[in-house]
Ligand binder design. Structure first.
Ligand SMILES: [Fe+2]
Length: 218
């Protein structure tokens, strides 16, 4: 594991499970990064083609108005089990707008669509496996009469020779996380992985960090 990503994992509080190699006598003992937990794709994967799927979801090309809501950055690094960065991985996200509404024809939520919110984006990781989106903090929305989904962002990640991953990123300090039927179904270690960590502010905007660890196909 390179020093940068190990530092990042230490900061993200995943040090106990971060990849490391220690020497016990002459024997190397290695521990590996935990894999990002899989989560349901959900019913609102985008079905309507759209031209603008760039990394800034707060602005749609050709619109002179920005999306409503609190702008945030979502950043991360895609790595393998050994902590090596994966360049050229495809990272796709889709999410509800600030009022909890997807731009999806079957979303039953009566909350308004924001015509200036992109809602869907696909980027490719850089040579160090990093990605970054500028988006809006999604709103909570009702999944049923008894279940309010906490704010979350759906992720789909793919990279040649690695298993495609679908998961969801949650936000820290959200009371609704404690009652979410999907998140609470996970083991505590998986939950802590799926809840993003706050990073240092960037351009006075909140940053949420979400590392991703993929499984190889072999
Ligand atoms: Fe969702």
């Amino acid at each position: 594991m390179n020093i940068l990503s190990r530092r990042k994992f230490l900061r993200l509080g995943l040090a106990g499970s971060a990849a490391s190699i220690t020497l016990a006598g002459n024997k190397a003992v290695s521990s590996l990064l935990p894999f990002t937990p899989v989560e349901a794709e959900g019913p609102f994967y985008p079905v309507t083609p759209q031209e603008d799927k760039d990394e800034d979801l707060t602005r749609i090309k050709g619109h002179h108005t920005s999306a409503q809501g609190e702008p945030i950055y979502v950043t991360g690094q895609v790595m393998n089990h050994q902590g090596q960065p994966l360049a050229n991985a495809s990272v796709e996200i889709w999410q509800a707008n600030a009022k909890g509404r997807y731009r999806h024809p079957r979303d039953p939520n009566p909350a308004p669509i924001d015509n200036h919110f992109q809602g869907w984006a696909i980027v490719t990781t850089d040579v160090q496996g990093h990605f970054r989106f500028k988006t809006i903090k999604p709103g909570a929305y009702p999944a049923s009469a008894q279940w309010i989904r906490p704010p979350h962002i759906h992720f789909k990640i793919s990279k040649e020779h690695y298993q495609a991953l679908i998961t969801q990123m949650y936000f820290p300090d959200e009371a609704l996380n404690e009652a979410d039927l999907l998140l609470q179904h996970k083991k505590p270690s998986e939950r802590s992985f799926m809840i993003a960590k706050r990073g240092a502010l960037l351009n006075a905007i909140e940053v949420f960090e979400f590392p991703i660890v993929l499984r190889t196909t072999i």
